[in-house]
Write a protein that binds this ligand. Sequence first.
Ligand code: NAP
Ligand code: FE
Length: 369
Amino acid sequence: MNQFRYFMPTDTYFGRGCIKANQDVLRRYGTKAMLVTGKTSAKKNGAQKDVTEALDALGIAWVVFDEIGENPDVETVVRAAEVAKAEQVSFFIGIGGGSPMDASKAIAVLAANPNEDSNILFADASAKALPVVAVPTTAGTGSEVTQYAILTLHKQRTKSGIAMPVFAEAAFLDPQYMDTLSAKITNNTAVDAMSHLVESYLSSHANTVSEKIAEMGLLHWKAVIPALRTRRYTAEDRDNLMLASAFGGAAIAQTSTSIPHALGYFLTYEKAIPHGRANGMVMRGYLELFGSHHAKVERILYCLGLDNLESFGLLLEEILDTEETFVPEEIAYYAKRAMENPKKMATFPEFALQESDIVEIYRKSLKMK
Ligand code: NAP
Ligand code: FE
């Protein structure tokens, strides 16, 4: 067996009411917190209240920055970091989907390096961050247990991860916060979790532990397929989704994401297609590239309880309700841009990908006008 490393340092708590039950954990990270959230969801789903009640009970001061939009850009995290520095915040609590959780990691780097500008986020892989605590309210990105933070770069017309690893020190996974999630966001984000599991499993960086984690996640994901189809989710479905998402995060923390994420970023930037949905839309063509009866692809289908790639593609169409259409020029542009990321292209384990292979993935997956 090849040598490998497994590293996932986040102190992780799961279950309904897990913040209140474990609030003392928050004492470890300092005397003043900044809650980093989106506009409304953290207030509506009860997560923000649970966090502020815990902080108040512990006598930890807090401020809120609630201006994180979807696919947060560098400009927004810079603005939040200015507030954090002025408020002399000692740690961050990202509450929400991947957008606020990722933003809190980038803000924590900027706040820990007050004399640097935003270039540090992409230039200095050894830069340190102030502590981050993550409270996911989608399932999802798995950002609560990954070292990644993905930001939108308007200059480059795409999204990119920050250079330094920033794992949350602690994560509280309470599935009840997802009760307020719409079916659309539930399904789009569920597909992100599945794409992490699949991409990690198939990546050239996969190892024996990351593969096992991915398989466990796929089994939890399989259990929610009926709910993703009917768009009615029980408490047990929410539990399974949150676990599948966390397993997906733990898996990509070892391997990084792969081709579907690299291709999905252009759909998100150019067509405003939500992240998980974008990955799902290119997934079928990606799996087809492995050829028929590839052992690992067969294993994924088995874990998901699906017979073949045809049923996999139809399932994705059904749960995403895809209607977006594309023209060949768009696809040609995305494929050209994708080749600018050779590190990501090298995660494909079978052969050296050419631009024409990428065009083929898009063409086989997307609906053309
Ligand atoms: P998101 O952009 O964080 O949130 C999407 C929408 O869901 C927002 O409108 C948000 O509202 C709403 N929302 C969140 N929780 C809710 C709840 N419990 N009830 C009702 N509405 C809720 O979506 P996401 O898919 O979770 O995150 C996507 C981002 O994560 C992308 O930028 C992607 O690149 C990144 N990502 C990161 C990693 C990683 O490892 N770090 C992995 C994959 C993806 P509010 O704005 O009001 O909160
Ligand atoms: Fe993702």
